[in-house]
Write a protein that binds this ligand. Structure first.
Ligand SMILES: [Zn+2]
Length: 330
């Protein structure tokens, strides 16, 4: 049984290809972080090595070992933040790929964050992609195909995994993970269609508390005086030098809050994201004009892009703070 939640078209395509013995030896799964790329890749690795007729059964020894990442013929290689060593990992992969499967039927290599692959490593991988041994399958996972070399892209079958329906996430959280319905309702809405995020957050009380604290800070900073605002931007800039991803996540959360204000202003309360903070948002909305809210959302998006392009973080975040709309009557 394919355990992937949503992504029905991708599952159907892979299942049909498997049954008709027409699977490609190289796939590229593209989609947002935690949308389900890894789960689908693990499912495919299970299907390729399953011992039962109805593949992947999820219950046989092979399926279980692959799920636990303990199968000798299925390797997950995560390249995130390791550009400088990725060439060694790919060379190691090449060596394993030339060996016959040790305990299963197929050797499967899942390369996570493939967009981090150096061009040297990508060129090395090309050799296997061009003439894969019949028992070797490569599954590359990436949030963006733009960063993947065109020579690699042209040798992979691309499957795009888009955010899945909120109702599907809510149902899966309740049925498969035993999440309380009221928590599942909120988490599904916050997940942006990414099942992995919802599952991970549902069992991480710290993450939920951390998000609550961040939202409170972001709401308070809108009310703060100029000095406090600049102190906050300085703090964010210093955090950025230690953990870029954390600050980008904070910007995404900030955008989601102002997007909710925009939706409330436009009488679309029922589709806001941060429903667990709706009372605060309903209260704050009256202090802003719709045009100011829209402009600040653009400022937040622009700041995120500038930071990605290595602009000076202190300058970007100071300008962002200066662009915050003034609360009416304050
Ligand atoms: Zn099985």
């Amino acid at each position: 049984m394919w355990t992937t939640v949503g992504h029905e078209a991708a599952v159907e395509l892979l299942d049909n290809s498997l049954r008709n013995d027409r699977l490609s030896h190289a796939y590229l799964f593209v989609g947002p972080a935690q949308v389900g790329k890894m789960t689908l890749a693990i499912n495919l690795a299970q299907a390729l090595n399953c011992e039962k007729d109805d593949k992947p059964c999820g219950a046989c020894s092979s399926c279980q070992r692959i799920m636990g990442l303990k199968h000798a013929d299925v390797q997950v290689i995560d390249l995130s933040g390791k550009t400088e060593v990725s060439i060694d990992q790919i060379r190691e992969l090449e060596r394993y790929a030339s060996l016959k499967p040790f305990e299963g039927k197929s050797r499967v290599f899942i390369i996570d964050n493939a967009d981090f692959m150096s061009s040297e490593a990508a060129n090395c991988l090309l050799k296997t992609l061009e003439e894969p041994p019949p028992f070797v399958y490569m599954i590359l996972l990436s949030t963006s195909e733009k960063a993947i070399l065109s020579t690699i892209l042209s040798r992979c079958q691309k499957l795009e995994l888009r955010p899945i329906a909120i109702s599907a996430i809510e149902g899966a959280l309740i049925e498969r993970y035993g999440t309380k319905p009221e928590d599942a309702h909120v988490l599904a809405r916050l997940s942006s269609g990414c099942m992995g995020w919802a599952v991970q957050t549902s069992v991480n009380a710290d993450a939920i508390l951390h998000r609550k604290e961040l939202i409170e800070t972001l709401v308070n900073i809108a009310k703060a005086d100029r000095l406090e605002k600049f102190s906050y931007s300085a703090n964010m800039a210093s955090k950025f030098s230690k953990n870029r991803a954390e600050v980008q996540k904070l910007l995404s959360l900030w955008i989601s809050l102002w997007r909710d204000l925009l939706l409330i202003k436009g009488n679309c309360r029922e589709i806001i994201t941060n429903i667990d903070h709706q009372e605060t948002l309903f209260r704050e909305e009256v202090y802003y004009d719709i045009i100011d809210i829209r402009n600040f959302i653009f400022c937040l998006i622009h700041a995120g892009m500038l930071l990605k392009n290595n602009a000076n973080p202190r300058l970007v975040l100071d300008v962002l703070i200066l662009g915050m709309p003034k609360r009416k009557g304050c």
